[in-house]
Design a protein. Sequence first.
Length: 383
Amino acid sequence: MPPPAPDRDAYRDWANLPELPLAEVLRGLLPCLRSIYAFAATCQPWRLLLRAIAGSLVRPRVPPLQLLYPALRLAPISPLVAPRPIPYRLPVPAEGSTFLSASRGHLILLRRGSSNTLHLLDALAGADHGAIQLPSPHFPYHYAALSPSHLLLFHSKHAFFSRPSPMHPTPNNPSPDWTKHTLPRAASFVTTVLEFRGRVLGLTDRAQVLEFHLGSTTPSSASTPPNQTARMLPIAGLPEPTAFDRSNYGPHLVAAGDRLLLVLFMLQPKLGYLEPVHRVNKIGVYVLDSAQMMWEEVDNIGPYTLFVDCAGRSAAACVDVGSCGVEENRVYVAAPNCRAWRKANPPGWELSLNGEGGGLFSRGPMARPPLPSPISVYPPLFF
């Protein structure tokens, strides 16, 4: 006679564990990407929990990956994040596609020619969200970004286009039209868009900060008029635009917990008219005093480490870096055509202008490949 079946109460329902102890289990798996994906693959409740707390728990504790081009391998900064480079093949739509940005775990590519389209590629899985027709084939588009609800496409310092995000199509409007918006008259070229405390902020190459109000994606909801979707925030305390690099390395905006930081690559003044290039001799980090609306330079960012990807026009802040194999209160830089993160001194320290350091931080003519090498991306699961 077979033994009686065990009582169902003897089994633990792992799918319905309380969120607090389950979050502590997840915290113990960081920063290993393989462990995080194994956690997500356990069951749907665990996967939903991961998505719900990724922004506050997971993403700030995993350093960005680098996409090495043309090998197209995702390389971690430390074997603690991933033991070896992750095999990856990027389905580039066609030869001649150019890179616009890495945004919310996706690569945004521009394809000119007969199609004149945008392509959004999943930065880790390589999935293509399909071709998106440009609002006009004639504009010189220089940057694109994803907000929680919209795709933004910038073509000048006077205007930009937006349309609902292709990741969230609606049955009533599967192929929405582009909407044209105006930028403030004093604004320069937008180079960064990020989310901070529920707000969508933009940064220009002159380190001006804009706030975007794009409204709802539902046709029945009232939206902000196109000439009022972007406004410039009156923030004081910036150095003159001629004092920092605006093109090759550029200013970078990054959210570090509850603080908004600005990274500037400060230029050494020219010693004479015959000096061919400006050299970067300092990385300045500024924190926003939201009460006074003023940038204040700091030399300590506490437990955070900054990863500034100049080629990919992005920056990220990582906390709890001891478990990732990197140091806190440091700035790591991925310069164009450089195949590894370059460790810099703490914020505010001057960089050496001799030898390797002087060669890396120089401002001069630069050839840009179809895709930059490297660019920093996050697994899309974290967004």
